[in-house]
Design a protein around this ligand. Structure first.
Ligand SMILES: NC(=O)C1=CN([C@@H]2O[C@H](COP(=O)(O)OP(=O)(O)OC[C@H]3O[C@@H](n4cnc5c(N)ncnc54)[C@H](O)[C@@H]3O)[C@@H](O)[C@H]2O)[C@@H](O)CC1
Ligand SMILES: [K+]
Length: 465
């Protein structure tokens, strides 16, 4: 059993169908109930570690094998001399609750009895340990099956890691995530990947002979009047990520300086095809509604590497002509960084549908746009045509602050410019992980985007693992 996060090495994620196949293959070589015994033992061990003191442990057991895991844990805890209460209501002296109501088999809105038990678990002030998944959370998507799911303080995931724990509502409901593979090594590929720190190894640093000309040029296009800050944040991030030269083309009224607070940034007065040649272009941060269509069409045609964010995504969603230009770009040359609403506009759907299955939505968007997608939000999804999607395991609510997305777009550009041959799927994963890692360093409250850039910059020499 291991505490999973922070995650040093990326791991495979298995959806419900794959998890059941892994279970079936394992059971073929094991006595009946062997896996459930192992699962129950793991749950009991973690429960004892979490609550070694007095009091009654409430084991809320459902009708299926998730409840079976709970019953075995209850038996083992009793054998250790602990008081245990099995049922759907808590005992008066409850010191720890084990949520063994529903796991992989959740397939509909929790019925009245289940919903009442979930509410009772969420009303407790003692730790709640969820078995496999917080009850009410869908394993494949991290969406809720009904109005409420258990908000656990700890979740012990069993046998196979499920994607739903790491995206959408997963992290908010799972608490501290633990994993026990029950001594079974899956003989199949994951349906998705969970990005660990090793993804940063894709980003070899510059060699000693590097100079600004060898580190690539970034051009940031955006920052309409009133929203100049968004483009400046992206440009500052590109600079801090390691691009050799960073230019800003600000939309609207002409400006004298690119960024008075960052003398390193240069102003790009024009945005003609020849100005785009050879550059990594990030477009859309603070783009506004006016003046973006023309440079966007030029960037879609001529930028060899392109990151599309914010208002540029909305402009593409509204224009079949721009959509066609996007699809016609060279393979492996475009990264789109939508939040769920922007993704919904591009897919012609609504935010709720995107959030109901983020992995699926990101993959559909990647295929439709022939681009790498970073679907932002808790558990960012990185998807590319023909590739296995990745979920970012780093990040925190501190990143839910204005400008955080501009920083990510700029950071991707700044990492891409010196590494023009890197595969965008790997680049976007590493950039997202880096962004999330810096976000985890904020103990409380939002991390202002300007400070986020400095924290990301400080991570350039990743500490030894
Ligand atoms: N497949 C695996 O990988 C393993 C499974 N194990 C455990 O077994 C669990 C899966 O067991 P099951 O397939 O029996 O599934 P569950 O125990 O999650 O639930 C299935 C039962 O719940 C009912 N149910 C589903 N949705 C409901 C709802 N909304 N309201 C009320 N009742 C509902 C179903 O009708 C069925 O009776 C895993 O989550 C895990 O805890 C472990 O013992 C070992 C390995
Ligand atoms: K559960």
């Amino acid at each position: 059993m291991q505490r999973l996060l922070p995650l040093p090495l990326s791991l495979p994620l298995f959806n419900v169908a794959s998890s059941r196949a892994i279970e079936a293959a394992a059971l073929a070589g094991l006595p009946v109930d062997a896996l459930m015994e192992r699962a129950g033992l793991a749950v009991a061990r973690l429960a004892l570690a979490l609550q070694p003191g007095a009091g009654t442990i409430w084991v809320a057991c459902g009708p299926g094998n998730n409840g079976g895991d709970g019953r075995i844990a209850a038996r083992l805890l009793q054998a250790q001399g602990r008081r245990v209460s099995i049922g759907l209501t808590p005992p008066a002296d409850c010191c720890l609750a084990i949520d063994a109501l529903l796991g992989l088999g959740l397939n509909r809105t929790p019925d009245a009895a289940m919903a009442a038990a979930i509410t009772a678990l969420n009303s407790l002030t003692v730790p709640v340990l969820a078995v496999d998944l917080p009850s009410g959370l869908l394993a494949d998507s991290g969406a809720l099956a009904g109005a409420e799911a258990v908000r656990a303080t700890h979740t012990l995931c069993l046998l196979s890691l499920k994607p739903g724990l790491f995206t959408a509502q997963g992290r908010a409901h799972a608490g501290t995530i633990w994993f026990d593979d029950l001594a079974i090594a899956p003989a199949r590929r994951g349906d998705a990947g969970l990005l660990g720190r090793d993804c940063l190894a894709e980003l070899a640093g510059p060699d000693h002979a590097a100079h600004k000309g060898s580190q690539g040029d970034v051009l940031v296009i955006g920052g309409a009047p009133g929203m100049r800050g968004a483009a400046r944040l992206a440009a500052r991030a590109a600079l801090a990520a390691g691009a050799g030269r960073v230019y800003l083309h600000l939309l609207g009224e002409p400006v004298e300086e690119a960024d008075p607070a960052r003398a390193e940034l240069m102003l790009a007065v024009r945005c003609e095809p020849q100005d785009l040649a050879g550059k990594t272009v990030a477009i859309g941060c603070g783009g506004g509604q006016q003046g973006l269509a023309e440079p966007l069409a030029a960037a879609l045609r001529h930028a060899p590497r392109l990151i599309v964010d914010a208002d540029a995504l909305n402009a593409i969603a509204a224009s079949p002509a721009l959509q066609q230009l996007l699809r016609q770009r060279a393979p492996l040359s475009s990264v789109l960084t939508p939040h769920p609403l922007e993704a919904a506009r591009l897919l012609g759907t609504d935010t709720a549908r995107v959030q109901a299955d983020r992995l699926d939505a990101a993959q559909a968007l990647a295929e439709r746009c022939a681009a790498t997608i970073v679907l932002k939000g808790s558990g960012s999804v990185i998807a590319s045509p023909g590739r296995r999607p990745q979920l970012c395991s780093s990040g925190s609510a501190a990143l839910a602050s204005a400008g955080s997305g501009d920083v990510l777009a700029g950071w991707i550009a700044g990492l891409w410019a010196p590494r023009p041959a890197i595969e965008p799927h790997l680049l976007a994963g590493a950039a997202s992980f880096w962004h999330g890692l810096a976000g985890e360093q904020q103990a409380a409250g939002p991390l202002r985007a300007g400070d986020l850039i400095e924290r990301m910059h400080a991570l350039h020499a990743p500490p030894e693992d």
